[in-house]
Design a protein around this ligand. Structure first.
Ligand code: COA
Length: 215
């Protein structure tokens, strides 16, 4: 099988998690990493070279037409939103699906998403683009997940909507048909029993809003 050659944007912890996932699939090859800071160019991260900065990426793509995609290796949702706008205009975002993730063929999935091992995306689910879905998370029937959503490990949800740019921390349980708005943070282990308005930080069991999330 011919591998897709991609660049990874970022060199930190999230980029390293992405490299680790790519190491376990056989359809993607990493050309190199893109750094924000010139001082990082030439360094190696888990055996992959930092080839240039964000500002130099147009020249890189021009010189290397075999690079056919990119993946965002940055975890901060605000920075991700900015980088998506920049990179989607240049090059296609690929999906990274660990072989042990279960994605229903009746689910609709956008681009630029990572699904780690032991995630389950059920039939009838829609996931937007540029989402991170960590291990042991279960997204069940008729759920819609927006764009640039980070769903950490061991989260469960079914039947409603998660808005764009929302972070759901480990072990949260989103009650059946409970809506979570955009730009929210749902704390670790939160049990969502009521709809969560946009721009909210909530945690606890049952979860309560503690303050606004300034986006
Ligand atoms: C949810 C979050 C915004 C809360 O941050 P915070 O308001 O600064 O919370 P603090 O750590 O200052 O704790 C304040 C209080 O809330 C409590 N608290 C914090 N998170 C809690 C949670 N998830 N559930 C219950 N209580 C919680 C603390 O115990 C503390 O209680 P105290 O005042 O009685 O001592 C923060 O924990 C967060 O960003 N979580 C997401 C983590 C993440 O990114 N996970 C993804 C990894 S891939």
């Amino acid at each position: 099988m011919k591998k897709e050659r991609i660049i990874i944007i970022g060199i930190g912890q999230h980029a390293q998690m992405i490299i680790d996932n790519i190491d376990q699939i056989n359809n993607i090859e990493i050309f190199g990493l893109i750094a924000a800071d010139k001082a990082d160019v030439g360094k190696k991260v888990m055996g992959h070279e930092v080839v240039c900065t964000d500002d130099e990426v147009d020249a890189l793509l021009m010189d290397n037409p075999d690079i056919c995609g990119y993946f965002l290796g940055v975890g901060d949702l605000r920075i991700r939103q900015r980088l998506v706008a920049k990179y989607d205009a240049k090059i296609r975002a690929v999906n990274i699906i660990h072989p042990a993730a279960i994605i229903s063929r009746y689910a609709q999935i956008g681009t630029g998403n990572v699904f780690e091992a032991y995630t389950k995306i059920a039939n009838g689910v829609t996931v937007g683009s540029h989402c991170i879905v960590n291990s042991f998370t279960s997204v069940n029937h008729d759920q819609t997940v927006g764009n640039n959503v980070l769903i950490a490990g061991s989260v469960s949800m079914a039947g409603k909507t998660i808005g764009d740019n929302t972070l759901i921390a480990d072990g949260a349980s989103i009650g059946f048909k409970r809506n979570v708005g955009c730009c929210c943070i749902i704390g670790d282990g939160a049990v969502i029993t009521k709809d969560v308005p946009d721009y909210s930080i909530v945690y606890g069991n049952p979860a309560r809003k503690v303050r606004d999330n300034v986006w």
